[in-house]
Design a protein around this ligand. Sequence first.
Ligand code: PLP
Length: 404
Amino acid sequence: MIDVEKIRRQFPILERKVSGRQLVYLDNTATSQAPLSVVEEIGRIYRGHRANVHRGVHTLSQEMTALQEKSRDKVREFINAQSIEEIIFTRGTTESINLVAASFGQRFREGDEIILTVMEHHANIVPWQLLRERTRIKLKVVEINEKGEIDLEQYEALFSEKTVLASFCHVSNVLGTVNPVKEMIATAHRHGVPALVDGAQASPHIKIDVRDLDCDFYVFSSHKMYGPSGVGILYGKRELLESMPPWQGGGEMIAKVTFNHTDFADLPFKFEAGTPDYIGIAAFSKAIDFINETGLGNIERHELELARFAEEGLRNIDGIRIYGEAKDKGPVISFLLAGVHPYDLGLLLDKQGVEVRTGHHCAMPLMDRLGIPGTVRASFAVYNTLDEAKRLISAVETAASILK
Ligand code: PLP
């Protein structure tokens, strides 16, 4: 059990008002709010430790480097990776996937095939399309059923001798579908194909164990996990990362440089050219502490309880249609009100202090598949309350009465 009121006191932003009403923040899928421990850690570092990492013998640089590397080990522990060499810091999930496409993708040849699913975020589509322009690879797409679940038979049938990668989300940011990624990874491996998991929507809610999953790459973002923005993670199996060329050149990723030749640094620094967001990275460790102290099991249970309650309430409103009915579903509700554009509904909810996301959610191919321009999306975090779920329902009721 969790004490939501105690948790809320760690998130002062939740006390603010929007449109004269108490804020109800339900856009957690886009970015969740940060607890005071994260905010204060950023301030503490700016006040007392800020210096560039891995560069100086001086005390501040040594301290800052230690803070950053402590965070790397915390991330390693959080996802049960074997070694810190397997944890690469990036700017976010998007950059992590671009890194894999730019580096691992160099071994792909014309006609090679990558398997994606129709529910992918643009971050797991466009980098592969950019690669396709350079190398003429092919993209194959797995379909979903009416509930928004992956068609596992079709998925397996898409593998061929030409398949070089399967890349799919753990949890859909639109439908909330929790994909059977362990099974999907095992299928890929049976065909001798590595698997990348986009865990942006899983890492805030579900225990990730990369060794148990046996994924080859796992990517996620700090800002969706109560951490600072501008920080992402690429987990990769060590032997794979070792076999991959650097994707960006610059300071910190080298061992020796002459004008004729450069020897690259060892992992993980080979993939971390330039000055990273070392303060964000260091403060991310406090977000992981927050999640660990609250308990992922408690977080998931609480969020799902709210999401199920809100979904039930919304279903009772005339004209509401919910998108995403998977058996295993995260705390995300995508919906539409018949005859009403999602933006209009979103604006009326904002006028009542209820912050939800509207639009295509960076998943235009999925919107095409569903035959809609977008949805309204409410998504829950551990600090949300039953009262807030009720506020969502009544705000949609009010909006429906105005718009219909
Ligand atoms: N993948 C999924 C499933 C997402 O939901 C998101 C963001 O919403 C991303 C990737 C991109 O994450 P970021 O913007 O942090 O790079």
